[in-house]
Design a protein around this ligand. Structure first.
Ligand SMILES: [Mn+2]
Length: 296
């Protein structure tokens, strides 16, 4: 063969070693291919790999911030954590410990899911490190069931576990049970329903979300918070969701006024032939890192 192109490094962004070594990187991509409690369509364990693959084809210049974010911060990618061995409780405990180590090293962890059950242990570790933490969730689902199919660690209970640790603000919600609806007034959470925001001007609600958050923020983005016309590749798609502009405007505002200290992007369920969802997830993460570290 006369021309041979080596495969790009399998790290986030396809970065050279100089910009992706652990020691020099402020952001650490943490692949968590967790899939132990999914209830509808399966395959979210392939989410992290699809996001990493898409990220290698992304332009690394941010035309809005006018920088190459990776050059300013460094982005390291960890190998995927083993999520299949041991009980779910063991895996969640390992996640908590891994998050603690990353935070103790002064890193900004970005977990790639995988199912939403990964969020509570990450939030628990983050709340121990940062006082005054609240969680901003972007999602179609309230995820406030006390347990689901007998399992309190189910993806459908992720935010119920989170609000036991710290307060939450939930944005884009449009799917929940009657039990969850009845529980909401008694829980430490504020809901921004999709029905009230998807057609509203951004300045009607984004400043309110920012105000409802505490000084330190953990960001959890379930990709089904987006409208399925933008992100069809999730296990439980719901019509009537947020668009790209709404989500990144929200993250931009939160990053400007609060300290985002960790994040996850969950529930991608890669579909053959749909690269748009994978690509959106990769670009969303890069965009968030730009807003968080390179605000002007
Ligand atoms: Mn969801």
């Amino acid at each position: 063969m006369s021309s041979y192109t080596p495969a790009p490094p399998s790290n986030f962004g396809g970065l050279s070693e100089e910009h992706s070594q652990y020691e020099n990187s402020r952001a650490v991509i943490f692949p968590v291919p967790l899939e132990r409690t999914t209830t509808y369509e399966h395959g979210t364990r392939n989410g992290p790999a699809a996001i990493l693959a898409a990220s290698g084809n992304m332009e690394l210049y941010d035309e809005e911030l006018r920088i190459e974010t990776y050059r300013k911060i460094g982005i390291h990618t960890l190998p995927p954590i083993d999520t299949m061995n041991g009980t779910l409780e063991n895996v969640l405990a390992e996640l908590r410990e891994a998050q603690r180590e990353l935070l103790d090293d002064g890193k900004f962890p970005v977990a790639l899911g995988g199912e939403h059950s990964l969020t509570p242990p990450l939030v628990t570790a983050t709340a121990r490190k940062f006082k005054n933490l609240s969680v901003l969730q972007i999602d179609a689902h309230a995820d406030l069931r006390d347990e689901y199919q007998g399992n309190p660690a189910s993806h459908a209970s992720a935010m119920r576990r989170v609000v036991e640790v710290c307060p939450a603000v939930q944005v884009g919600i449009r799917s929940l049970s009657v039990e969850e609806a009845k529980a909401i007034p008694h829980l430490r959470t504020k809901i921004y329903w999709a029905k009230d925001i998807v057609r509203a001007p951004l300045n009607n609600w984004i400043a309110k979300v920012v105000k409802d958050l505490s000084p330190n923020v953990y960001l959890t983005i379930d990709l089904d918070g987006f409208d399925p016309s933008l992100v069809p590749a999730t296990g439980t798609p719901e019509p009537g969701g947020l668009d790209w502009h709404q989500v990144i405007s929200l993250v931009r505002a939160v990053a400007r006024h609060k300290k985002i200290v960790g994040m996850d992007v969950v529930e991608l369920l890669p579909q053959p032939g749909d690269h748009a969802s994978d690509f959106l997830a990769a670009k969303l993460i890069y965009k968030c890192l730009g807003y968080i570290f390179c605000k002007r």
